[in-house]
Write a protein that binds this ligand. Structure first.
Ligand SMILES: Nc1ncnc2c1ncn2[C@@H]1O[C@H](COP(=O)(O)OP(=O)(O)OP(=O)(O)O)[C@@H](O)[C@H]1O
Length: 220
């Protein structure tokens, strides 16, 4: 793989908490690739995602660079980065309908074409006819799919997945995972998946970074 095909590049990243080095990473992710990050509790997985999304807590200090394509976005504020986060909790707004949730944050455009895109996307993930429903009336798996569409229709270049399947039972987990990974590959996004689950890493099929236990919570 040459450099031009690497959509996301993390160069010489070091994150410190006080004087302690929490993590040190050099990595690249191609369009459509899913890089998995694993490691014990406290090893810095969520901290890494915070840095990637531009929301590192001031308790930490980071050095290194983050590039998307040729653009250095290390200092770019979080709301101007085309990075999207998908969490284990779908975090849907209950005062908005399913389509209102998906349209939230979509790029400017004609309202009628936005609506059609939402309807097409809902049909794609098996949620036809659910556009007017309140999120709380959907099952956990259906909510997960709405959360995915909300992120995807915002057209990110990079998607950060923080244990997004961990609240789903095993059958639903597998189906949702296949859908999410297929969308990532079809749309050519660079993805970073944080998980504790080896089957997630196997399904992602890409490289795996194991954060060391250096900064991890010590066991008694
Ligand atoms: N806002 C913060 N201020 C100070 N320390 C923090 C903060 N957030 C996390 N930490 C500490 O930084 C270390 C890394 O935490 P982080 O949440 O990144 O670990 P993790 O690998 O995601 O853990 P888990 O698998 O349990 O979610 C831990 O020791 C944690 O206690």
């Amino acid at each position: 793989m040459d450099n031009t095909s690497k959509l996301l590049r993390i160069e010489n990243l070091q994150i410190y908490k006080g004087d302690t080095l929490l993590l040190s990473i050099e990595a690249s992710v191609a369009a459509g690739e899913i890089l998995t990050v694993m490691g014990p509790s406290g090893s810095g997985k969520s901290t890494l995602l915070s840095w990637l999304s531009g929301m590192l807590d001031p308790a930490f200090r980071a050095s290194g660079k983050l590039l998307v394509g040729a653009q250095d976005i290390t200092q770019t504020p979080s709301h101007l980065r085309r990075t999207a986060l998908l969490f284990q909790d779908p975090l849907l707004f209950n005062h908005l309908s399913v389509s209102g949730n998906i349209e939230f944050g979509m790029q400017q455009g004609k309202s009628s074409s936005k609506k059609q895109r939402v309807l097409d996307a809902l049909a794609c993930v098996g949620l036809s006819g659910m556009e007017a429903r309140a999120p709380k009336t959907l099952s956990g798996g259906q909510q997960a799919r709405v959360a995915l569409l909300r992120v995807l229709l915002n057209e990110p270049s990079v998607i950060l997945l923080d244990e997004p399947f961990s609240k789903l039972d095993s059958q639903l987990r597998q189906a949702t995972r296949e859908l999410v990974f297929a969308q990532i590959r079809q749309r050519g996004l660079a993805a970073i998946l944080v998980t504790h689950d080896q089957s997630d890493a196997d399904a992602a099929g890409g490289r795996v970074i194991n954060l060391s236990t250096t900064g991890a919570d010590k066991q008694c």
